[in-house]
Design a protein around this ligand. Structure first.
Ligand SMILES: [Ca+2]
Ligand SMILES: [Ca+2]
Length: 84
């Protein structure tokens, strides 16, 4: 009984693929930018981030030039997602 409850709780935690409180498991800033960069210019624009959690793009675009680079995403993750 107790084990079933623990399993259910673990599944509930693992369910969201891209939770607002952390990056997707196993992903790096490099892989997220590479995956999101539809036109392959090395940076991600807002219209390329429709699948990102709300607010993530504006937060990550530190110099407000309308693009998020790998370096900006690295800095954003370092500042907002505690190391596990
Ligand atoms: Ca792009
Ligand atoms: Ca930028």
């Amino acid at each position: 009984m107790k084990i079933a409850l623990l399993a259910a709780a673990a599944m509930a935690v693992a369910a969201p693929a891209m939770a607002a409180d952390g990056p997707p498991p196993g992903m790096t800033p490099e892989s997220v930018v590479a995956m999101s960069d539809a036109n392959k210019d090395g940076a991600v624009t807002k219209d390329e981030t429709e699948r990102w959690p709300a607010g993530t793009f504006d937060r990550a675009d530190a110099n407000k030039d309308g693009k998020v680079t790998v370096d900006e995403l690295k800095a954003d993750w370092a500042a907002n997602y505690p190391a596990k």
